[in-house]
Design a protein around this ligand. Structure first.
Ligand SMILES: C[S@@+](CC[C@H](N)C(=O)[O-])C[C@H]1O[C@@H](n2cnc3c(N)ncnc32)[C@H](O)[C@@H]1O
Length: 245
């Protein structure tokens, strides 16, 4: 594993360019999801990859390391809040890890960058979507990513255990143009029945008092998502694009 990534995961701390230390917190994928992404990249052999949602750069570090070993040439990363909310620490981590030459970064919302990439004729072979988590944001991210993803390319989506994320994904699965490559479940602690029940009760009561969160979680989607082959405790889904239309 890249020493920069290893140090962050072991210490649970990240550093800004000026050396200030911050808790890594929870805004990142777990290590086993990083290993899952790495495995997907080894299988897909992408030349150009895309990632939406950089934060402190944990998933990007896993992805860049794998892209480098399969001799990929470019990793496109999009995040409008990198300097404001994350003090540019994600980019700093990627530079310190030696991936500066691989990364093409856009500090703008994905809904504006993705159509621009399409207009420029960019094609990608692998994508990881972990940006905005509302239904609308994920739907738009998948919609535009699909337009620049080559047939045979892999699309991985994080946090599909959020009903809103899974609902957005469901619309694409319904087209029949994508096949399921693999999934990874939430941690076993999250899956324990007493936790599941407690989390459901908690989410429903929080949603009552916090309309903004209600719009993100969209618990009302849970029922139609229950028809899907993807269980609700799956947190990351990987799909292969089989055809254009
Ligand atoms: C869960 S974090 C990403 C964590 C990261 N993938 C990791 O594992 O280290 C979500 C990120 O999405 C970014 N984001 C939010 N809205 C976005 C948008 N419209 N376009 C692109 N990124 C967005 C946030 O700034 C945040 O950094």
């Amino acid at each position: 594993m890249n020493p920069v990534l290893q140090e962050i995961l072991q210490s649970g701390k990240v550093r800004s360019h000026s050396g200030e230390s911050f808790d890594l917190g929870l805004v990142h994928i777990p290590q086993r999801e990083g290993e899952f992404l790495r495995q997907l990249i080894f299988e897909a052999n992408p030349k150009v990859s895309l990632e939406i949602g950089l934060a402190y750069g944990i998933s990007a570090l896993f992805i860049c390391e794998a892209i480098r070993s399969v001799k990929g040439t470019k990793h496109i990363v999009i995040d409008p809040f990198q300097s404001d909310s994350f003090r540019s620490i994600g980019l700093n981590n990627l530079n310190n890890a030696g991936f500066e030459d691989l990364v093409e970064f856009y500090e703008s919302p994905s809904c504006t960058v993705l159509p621009k990439l399409e207009r420029e004729g960019i094609k990608i072979d692998f994508a990881f979507i972990d940006g905005g988590h509302s239904f609308e944001a994920v739907f738009v991210d998948i919609f535009y990513t699909d337009r620049i993803l080559r047939v045979g390319g892999i699309l991985a989506i994080d946090d599909t255990n959020f009903p809103a994320v899974l609902e957005a994904l469901r619309h694409f699965l319904d087209t029949g143009r994508y096949s399921l490559v693999g999934t990874i479940t939430a941690s076993s602690a999250d899956q324990a029945p007493q936790w599941k029940k407690a989390i459901r009760v908690f989410m429903r009561s929080v949603c009552k008092y916090c309309p903004a969160l209600k719009r993100i979680l969209r618990l009302e989607f849970s029922d139609c998502n229950a028809q899907l082959a993807i269980p609700p405790d799956v947190r990351c889904v990987a799909l292969r694009k089989e055809r254009e239309c």
